[in-house]
Design a protein around this ligand. Structure first.
Ligand code: HMG
Ligand code: MG
Length: 286
């Protein structure tokens, strides 16, 4: 049997959060329900952040309340602080994610905190999640390049990864937030992070601004990474990362993995259907 590599679908969250059009909750629910039929084990469809910072995610509670909840699919939510965590629990998220940065400039721009302050803020969230029995995922942004600070030293990523590991994150997702990584810079970053966290607890989260995300995934597979975040239709971007284009498209990752002889467990026809829906949800390019 071919080796399994998991795609963690982030389209309904990372894909949509930056769209300018006020997308109705019903459309978000329809997209998430379609994705649920594709065979994902985990789908991120909610974000309990300040609506002043990211207005598009304001309906996250309604999305979680309205989607079908098939067995075997976990629905994830971003939770930057205790307030977000409490809202996520009330809304019935199956897992939560804390999200930090390896660069100070992006940390300040995205969550209005230094890296050290953000880790202090995340610690009670992780603790409360574990008390609730909810898995906590950790994100690290700008793992190779930052739109404010330039190149990120691999050691800075390893330090944040170790802190998130110590807080109990079951998996740490490494974000090339602005899609500037190369297979070489991804490899150097991963080699440093692997000193702290084993490959089985890491995921790659690569935006595709420069068209290198698939090559970066291959470089990561060579180092044992087996989970990759992607957004159907290649939607996405981060409002606080100028130049961040979409996440790598789920269907493209699926095709590359299959061409490498790997198994994703996904139904390509349903992916194509979801991709068409996702693209139709986009506002006019601004
Ligand atoms: P702040 O302004 O420092 O915090 O924001 P605050 O505590 O002073 O709160 C400001 C206002 O927000 C207050 O409201 C709070 O009540 C409210 P006001 O009194 O002004 O009316 N507030 C909240 N409302 C709802 N839910 C909450 C919440 N918390 C406070 N949870 C904060 C700090 C973290 C809240 C803010 O900076 C924020 O929401 N940032 C989120 C930014 C974001 O969502 N970015 C995109 C996701 S990250 C990403 O895309 C990267 C990733 O994909 C990986 C990669 O690609 O690298 C994960
Ligand atoms: Mg992202």
């Amino acid at each position: 049997m071919a080796d399994y590599v998991e795609i963690f679908e982030v389209g309904p969250r990372d894909g949509l959060q930056n769209e300018k059009r006020d997308i109705p909750v019903s459309e978000k629910i329809a997209l998430t329900d379609t994705l649920s039929r594709a065979g994902f084990r985990r789908i991120e469809c909610a974000s309990f952040v300040s609506p002043k910072w990211v207005p598009q995610m304001a309906g996250s509670g309604e999305v979680l309340a309205g989607i079908a909840r098939p067995r075997g699919v976990r629905f994830a939510a971003l939770t930057p602080n205790m307030r977000g965590f409490e809202d996520a629990v009330k809304a019935g998220a199956d897992e939560v994610a804390i999200f930090g940065s390896a660069s100070e400039g992006f940390s300040r721009a995205n969550i209005n905190a230094s890296i050290a302050e953000s880790l202090e803020r995340f610690a009670p969230v992780a603790e409360a999640a574990m008390q609730e029995g909810l898995p906590v995922r950790g994100y690290i942004s700008c793992v190779t390049d930052c739109p404010y600070d330039g190149r990120t030293p691999p050691g800075a990523v390893a330090r944040v990864a170790a802190a998130l590991r110590d807080m109990g994150c079951y998996e740490i997702s490494l974000g090339d937030t602005i899609g500037q990584a190369t297979p070489e810079s991804i490899t150097a970053m991963l080699e440093a992070v692997l000193e702290e966290v084993p490959a089985g607890r890491l995921a790659g989260h690569y935006h595709d601004t420069s068209g290198r995300a698939l090559d970066n995934i291959e470089a990561s597979i060579a180092l044992g990474i087996k989970v990759f975040d992607a957004a159907v239709g290649g939607l996405g971007g981060c409002p606080y990362a100028p130049g961040a284009a979409g996440n790598v498209a789920t269907e493209a990752v699926h095709d590359r993995l299959v061409s490498l002889g790997l198994e994703t467990g996904l139904d390509r026809e349903v992916l194509v259907e979801a991709s068409a829906m996702a693209r139709a949800m986009r506002g006019a390019p601004g």
